[in-house]
Design a protein around this ligand. Structure first.
Ligand code: CAA
Length: 297
């Protein structure tokens, strides 16, 4: 039975994952090397829960209970000592993830399932860093985690049927819809999403249409909630480029190579929402999408 869940990494994905587990009464430990990131994550979770309470989606008692279900810790070893499930949501870096998995493999109880929220790194490589590859699995949540229904459940080469069934059932318990996929570059979500985003960037790069026009075509013509360029800014242009490069290398196929415009933007530090500018410019507190002067006619 899974009761104690440790989330590693208190960034956007980590705090969202902590929130959804806490809302279902799991004992959550949110672990990050930075105490200030942990404090920021707790504020974000509190604000998200308050917003739900204001809309009467949950009660104020639910807000309180959910917050009480989360403990924070900066010590990785102490955070995993009695974990039944660990969901790693640290930075997307293969060496860092291998290092974390080696450590949590030696510090957590033998029955503990080791999951990662990676969006693109090979599960089989991460599993190979541990002595329990059959208990390593991908739980790929989508941003914003409290809102998006999907969990892409990724089986590494040696993941056991039992572990996969447990994680599928657990994802349903969180109110999510899990979909099981195999471990190949980009899995399914990003294998399909990133080439679409890259093609939208090529469409801009080649002057076929402007930022607003490209996004409007996809929003109104295909009923996407956000246009692909706004979505790229939301995900982070550095993240998009890194996922495309992993697919480019993993398949050896140039069709996944990132558009030169995307490469230039990342190099120039224009990473989308998090840096304040990408295809659009972002000002604190404003929800309006304003096209970056670089791309306005
Ligand atoms: N936390 C909690 N709730 C949130 C939220 C957050 N961070 N952001 C928005 N919401 C809630 C709002 O409270 C609102 O709730 P109600 O419907 O109950 O009122 C609802 O979501 C809609 O929000 P807004 O009205 O503010 O804005 P919106 O209608 O434009 O929706 C959106 C915002 C949900 C982000 C929507 O635009 C959307 O679905 N966009 C696409 C997101 C997407 O594709 N995500 C996947 C990215 S890929 C990924 O994550 C994986 C990867 O590996 C790269």
């Amino acid at each position: 039975m899974i009761k104690n869940v440790t989330i590693i990494g208190a960034g956007t994905m980590g705090n969202g994952i902590a929130q959804v587990f806490a809302m279902q009464d799991f004992n959550v430990t949110l672990c990050d090397i930075s105490a200030s990131s942990l404090a920021k994550a707790m504020t974000t979770i509190g604000n998200n829960l308050d917003r739900m309470a204001k809309k009467e989606a949950i009660s104020s008692a639910d807000v309180q209970r959910s917050l009480e279900n989360i403990k924070t810790n900066t010590d990785l070893e102490k955070s995993v000592l009695d974990a039944d499930l660990i969901v790693e949501a640290a930075t997307e870096n293969i060496q860092l993830k291998k290092d974390i998995f080696q450590k949590i493999d030696s510090w957590s109880p033998g029955h503990c399932i080791l999951a990662t929220n990676t969006s693109s790194i090979s599960l089989t490589q991460i599993a190979a860093a541990t002595k329990r590859p059959e208990k390593v699995i991908g739980m790929h949540f989508m941003n914003p985690v409290p809102v998006m229904k999907l969990v892409e459940v990724i089986r590494a080469y040696s993941t056991s049927d039992e572990v996969c069934a447990t994680v599928m059932q657990l994802s349903q318990q969180l109110g999510k819809i899990p979909v099981e996929v195999n471990d190949y570059p980009g899995f399914v979500a990003n294998r399909i999403l990133m080439p679409m985003i890259n093609e939208a960037i090529y469409t801009l790069y080649e002057g076929v249409a402007g930022v607003h026009e490209i996004d409007t075509v996809m929003k109104l013509g295909m009923a996407h909630p956000m246009g692909p360029l706004a979505l790229a800014d939301f995900i982070g242009l550095d993240v998009c480029m890194s996922i495309l490069n992993i697919m480019y290398q993993g398949f050896g196929n140039p069709k996944y190579a990132p558009c030169p415009l995307l490469v230039n933007m990342v190099t120039a530090g224009k990473l989308g929402r998090k840096s304040g500018e990408g295809f659009y410019v972002y000002t604190e507190g404003s929800k309006d999408l304003v096209v970056s002067p670089k791309f306005s006619k």
